[in-house]
Ligand binder design. Structure first.
Ligand SMILES: [Zn+2]
Length: 301
């Protein structure tokens, strides 16, 4: 697959189409879902791959699984439709400042990202974006899309269950080998772990992720991927404990890199390492597995 050619649109249920994605949905791209009932149609997570697409699907509403740049990059193509997302992420669509709060970056990471949101991800505010809560169901006429609050990645991250097709859209519980992302101000490691436990119980015929893992048929491949995805959390924590065999500062932890690989050219990597690994550090201190041996230096017990 080339860097610019999109995959073909593909039906993944009688009423659900996975729209074509550039780079097979690898970030910053992703696979949007079109859901059509007899009365209404929804577009879930309009991606960057919709920008420049020949024809846009005709829909009545836009649904965002959460407020991250890659999941809203195509929202601007539907300026007159209602945009819906969970109440806890709604501030991100309200204003660019609200969007930046979700990431919580400071300094050069913030400057870089604010610019990228507008120039690369086509960010436009929508102060009248509509908030939903857990359990809210969009009745499309013989087809329903039910919102399942699944926080951790962001506070308002949601999965969406589409029936009668038996499709569960997982958003950024993306099942990649990178593992769970909980590196923003709006992210929570503890919530993400709880969510992984809850999502594991959800029965579906097909499990759809936004990024390049795509759609998994049936429970077995889903559980296999989910368990490997969840295991990345443990592996990061284990590597942190090993690194703390001598006293280290948080700056040294950030520089060592546990989420990204050393040398990965990610402009906001330091911010993400700091937020992600602080959560692990706090937990390890709480469990007595790590202690602060002198001001700002941590050692594994
Ligand atoms: Zn995301």
């Amino acid at each position: 697959m080339s860097e610019t050619t999109a995959t073909e649109d593909r039906a993944i249920g009688e009423h659900v189409t996975l729209l074509g994605a550039v780079r097979a949905g690898k970030y910053p791209h992703g696979g949007s879902l079109l859901v059509k009932g007899s009365e209404e149609a929804l577009l879930i997570d309009p991606s960057l791959s919709l920008v420049g697409r020949g024809s846009l699907p005709r829909v009545d509403r836009v649904i965002n699984s959460h407020c991250h740049e890659d999941h809203i990059a195509g929202n601007h193509l539907f300026p007159d439709l209602p945009w819906h997302l969970h109440a806890l992420d709604r501030c991100g669509l309200g204003s660019l400042d609200g969007m930046m709060e979700i990431y919580g970056y400071a300094g050069p990471s913030a400057d870089y990202f604010r610019k990228a949101l507008v120039e690369d991800f086509h960010y436009v505010p929508k102060p009248d974006a509509v908030a939903f809560v857990d359990g809210e169901t969009f009745d499309l006429g013989r087809v329903s899309a039910r919102v399942i609050h699944a926080p951790g990645h962001t506070r308002g991250h949601c999965c969406i269950a589409i029936e009668p097709d038996g499709v569960l859209y997982l958003g950024d519980i993306d099942l990649t080998s990178f593992g769970p992302y909980y590196g923003d101000a709006w992210s929570s490691l503890a919530d993400f772990e709880r969510t992984l436990g809850e999502v594991r119980k959800l029965e579906a015929r097909r499990y759809a992720t936004f990024h390049h893992i795509g759609v998994l048929d049936g429970r077995e491949p889903f559980l296999d991927r989910l368990d490997r995805f969840a295991a990345v959390i443990h592996s990061r924590e284990q590597r942190l404990v090993e690194f703390l065999h001598e006293p280290r500062t948080l700056d040294e932890i950030v520089a060592h890199r546990f989420v990204y690989r050393p040398g990965d050219p990610v402009p906001y990597a330091d911010a993400v390492e700091r937020r992600s690994m602080s959560q692990h550090l706090e937990r390890l201190i709480g469990e007595g597995r790590v202690r602060e041996v002198e001001a700002g230096r941590y050692l594994a017990s």
